[in-house]
Design a protein around this ligand. Structure first.
Ligand code: 6PG
Length: 241
């Protein structure tokens, strides 16, 4: 997989590059269509990106014309320590004072996970049409090669709906749980996809993903008209990159 890999010296440089991308892509979308739709990733890697965006302040982008979406969410309340929404709220929404009406939370704490997934898919289509074309989607890669909440061996890998509730039983999730996640068709519909991968703990898996046989890890199934892998030096162990 000779994908478009952009190398960065360290997590700070990678996050600054991702912030530049968000601002450039969102500004172009606003100029072209009057608004920008961005899907954020969960986990720890995006925190630095959000903090850099917050530091650059509201003048760096017409945030009032940006809709924030979530690539996936855990089935926990929005104030739970594991909530992706809580992480984004603390690192981006609150520091920038982003209008809550422009933040589209996945209702992970709903008692009916399938209904919550269907409602989010309907919200996406209601806002963006069919297919729901996001301007930019950030993704990460877990140690098992998952992305969003598309984990190895789970039903969501073959889902055709835009958003599904995905039963997961993985050491990464500390056992059985349900995640709500956008699917590969939703990712493929996005205009731009940026995979952010930092840290030595990702290096061996990333080398397998980018240089080994395809079809082994969920992240290898990510497609987009414009897919770029943002990799820091610590995660870049493979030869010739
Ligand atoms: C989540 C994310 C998940 C994440 C990877 C990488 O909800 O956890 O959507 O796919 O991107 O697990 O996580 P880190 O950035 O913490 O390594």
């Amino acid at each position: 997989m000779g994908e478009n890999v952009r190398l960065f010296a360290d997590p700070e440089a990678l996050a600054a590059g991702a912030a530049d991308e968000l601002i450039a892509i969102a500004s172009d979308a606003i100029a072209a269509r009057g608004r920008a739709a961005i899907a954020l990733s969960g986990g720890s890697t995006p925190k630095l990106l959000h903090q850099i965006l917050a530091k650059r302040g509201k003048s760096a982008l017409a945030w009032d014309q940006v809709d924030l979406w979530f690539g996936d969410e855990r089935t926990v309340p929005p104030d739970h320590k594991d909530s992706n929404y809580r992480m984004v709220k603390e690192t981006l929404i609150d520091p920038l004072g982003i209008d809550p009406a422009r933040v589209h939370r996945i209702v992970g704490d709903s008692a009916d996970h399938a209904a919550a997934a269907a409602a989010y898919a309907a919200e996406l289509v209601g806002s963006l049409g069919t297919p729901p074309v996001l301007d930019l989607m950030f993704l990460g890669m877990g140690p098992d090669g998952h992305t969003a909440s598309l984990f190895p061996g789970t039903p969501a890998l073959t889902a055709t709906d835009w958003v599904v509730a995905n039963p997961v039983d993985s050491p990464v999730t500390s056992g059985k749980t349900t995640r709500i996640t956008m699917t590969f068709p939703a990712i493929a519909a996005a205009r731009h996809v940026r995979l952010l991968i930092c840290g030595h703990d990702k290096a061996a898996r990333l080398a397998e993903v980018l240089e080994g046989p395809v079809g082994k890890f969920p992240v290898q199934a990510v497609t987009s008209a414009d897919l770029q892998w943002f990799v820091d030096a610590a995660a870049n162990m493979a030869k010739g990159r």
